[in-house]
Ligand binder design. Structure first.
Ligand SMILES: [Fe+2]
Length: 584
């Protein structure tokens, strides 16, 4: 069942003045996202969760029990909508919301990739229970689970399962399906998921990084309707022209909003929306959630009303939800922000479904933690390892005296294929930290056999020790990088023992461990403690010689099918262009 107003009779009576409102906001400046005007002297009446009236005078709706909020010339804006985010990893949803809500985001559309990479459709359902009945709306997208690591195949959400999940009111459609893995060689599994989604009138969100012309057209033709990977003005234009909703990303993975600057004032922004694509614990604690993105749009010269529209109505329309959210109008959910001024995006007051949920940066509503089902707590199906399993025989090299490498580029995300001269002893290829040549390992955690591949990586700079993590993107397993086989085994075994985590091992000891025992992706400590642990990880890795800006992010993205050009899987390196698996 989709959200709707079962009490529309009462709501219309309030609009007519026959029933008092529960809440009246008096005399504000209305940020009218429908006409693009900023209208002074406007008041709003709310009954239960819904807006009943917007106009010059709502005093008629004030009864004995009506709460009255004096806007006093402050701005009245719709609650923000983040149309593309990732909130299903790192920390508990309650902790996340405590910090996110005061920024004014009342609707989140999130990808749910982590839980299913631990438990398939059951994992997805477990996440739905985490976000149901929250004081804000959290809509979910079914992950197509496009992965370079095929070991996760047994966890794929089937079309049959997806059809059932699509019936849930919180499920808006299919999440980002990386184009480069489904377009050049058509992936019938994903195409069937797309069809199942379209058949029920829901939509398919895209990820068209690097696609242009015919490939971009093919992606749109396959059914994808949005892209949050436009990183240049040309990307923005080509995607808009092909009918995509362009979600301009400004979050912890990348910051791309600047690419819109040359187009401001030149194009219609009605099909552009702002999004975060996820905000990590440190950024959430230091900068809050999404408000800074809307403010940045204003600072770039976009009119405040337009920036607000890009953070509300445009996303609502894209998802076919504009009859419910995205603007201040009768019949919509009363998701309302009181902003100090029309050009200041951090709200004084956040109202969600008629209830004041935050004031001046503080969340006012209880956010109880929802218990996790037991099956989410034991998901590391990997036997313990011994250092000898990471030995690489000389015979494995495809070119004599050399190994194929993943070369991490300066942004820490993209890796290009490289080749390095080797250093060997007793018939084994060794890591050579002096030349920044380290081992990189991926071990799948699905089959119970711990199938793995050991490759080589450059660009880390680690001089000693090893790091390992189960928070891998778009795969189910453990990724590890190290200068030393003993430490590699130690770090991996600790991750298994913790049933998920990020670990640093050094000189035969565990130097740091951060448990992520829930699905191998979530911590159960408070978000403040988790942010501190992650900061310590970054500092420790830097002390060992790493130059990476965010070593944790670089570590966990090594297996993802989302970032080119060469990735690690249990079958070997995966090469994007060739779409094949190769060894060292
Ligand atoms: Fe994303």
């Amino acid at each position: 069942m989709f959200p709707y107003n079962a009490h529309n009779r009462q709501l219309l009576e309030t609009a007519l003045g026959n029933e008092p409102a529960d809440l009246v906001i008096r005399d504000g400046v209305l940020m009218d996202v429908y006409t693009g005007r900023v209208v002074p002297h406007r008041s709003v009446a709310v009954a239960e969760q819904w807006i009943a009236y917007v106009g010059p005078d709502a005093d008629y709706a004030i009864g004995e029990r009506t709460r009255v909020i004096e806007a006093d010339g402050r701005a009245i804006a719709p609650g923000y909508i983040d149309p593309h985010t990732h909130i299903a990893s790192f920390c508990n949803i309650s902790d996340f919301l405590e910090y996110a809500i005061p920024g004014g985001t009342t609707t989140y559309v999130t990808e749910v990739e982590s839980y299913p990479f631990a438990l398939g459709a059951k994992g997805f359902k477990a996440f739905l229970e985490q976000v149901r009945n929250r004081p804000v709306k959290i809509f979910c997208l079914i992950p197509p689970m496009v992965t370079a690591s095929k070991a996760a195949a047994s966890l794929y959400i089937t079309t049959k399962e997806a059809k059932k999940l699509l019936e849930d009111e919180l499920v808006l459609g299919l999440g980002e399906s990386y184009w480069q893995n489904i377009i050049p060689t058509p992936d019938n599994r994903v195409l069937r998921l797309i069809q199942a989604t379209m058949r029920v009138g829901k939509s398919v969100q895209g990820h068209a990084a690097g696609a242009a012309d015919r490939k971009l057209a093919a992606y749109a033709a396959a059914g994808a309707v949005s892209c949050h990977e436009a990183v240049s003005p040309e990307d923005i234009l080509s995607r808009l022209e092909m009918g995509f909703c362009v979600m301009l990303r400004e979050g912890y993975i990348r910051k791309d909003l600047e690419s819109l600057r040359p187009l401001i004032g030149k194009i219609d922004l009605g099909r552009c929306a702002l999004c975060t694509d996820g905000v990590g614990p440190d950024l959430l604690l230091s900068r809050g959630y999404f408000t800074d993105v809307v403010q940045k749009a204003v600072e770039m010269g976009i009119k405040p009303i337009e920036a607000i529209r890009m953070a509300s109505l445009n996303s609502a329309t894209h998802f076919g939800l504009d009859h419910l959210i995205g603007g201040i109008a009768p019949g919509r959910f009363a998701d309302i922000l009181i902003l100090p001024r029309p050009d200041t995006m951090a709200p004084d007051l956040v109202i969600s479904e008629g209830r004041v949920i935050a004031e001046k940066g503080k969340t006012l509503v209880p956010l109880p933690r929802v218990p996790y089902p037991d099956r989410l707590l034991k998901t590391m199906r990997v036997p313990p390892v011994v250092p000898q399993q990471f030995a690489v025989p000389l015979s494995a090299c495809s070119t004599e005296g050399r190994v194929r490498t993943m070369d991490i580029q300066t942004n820490g995300l993209v890796a290009r294929e490289g080749s390095a001269e080797i250093f060997s002893s007793n018939g084994k290829v060794l890591a050579d930290p002096g030349r920044d040549l380290l081992k990189v390992v991926f071990i799948e955690r699905v089959s119970g056999r711990g199938r793995r591949f050991v490759g080589f990586v450059r660009g880390w700079g680690l001089k000693r020790g090893a790091v390992a993590s189960s928070l891998v993107w778009d795969a189910s397993g453990i990724v590890a990088i190290g200068a030393d086989d003993q430490d590699l085994a130690l770090a991996v075994n600790r991750v298994i023992e913790l049933q998920g985590g990020t670990v640093l091992a050094l000189a035969g000891e565990i130097a740091l461990d951060i448990p992520f025992p829930i699905a191998g992706y979530l911590s159960d400590v408070r978000i403040e403690d988790l942010a501190a642990q992650l900061a310590t990880f970054q500092k420790s890795v830097r002390d060992l010689g790493s130059r990476l800006e965010s070593a944790h992010l670089t570590l966990v993205t090594q297996p993802t099918a989302a970032i080119p050009f060469i990735r690690i899987t249990e079958k070997g390196y995966f090469r994007f262009r060739e779409n094949d698996y190769v060894g060292i």
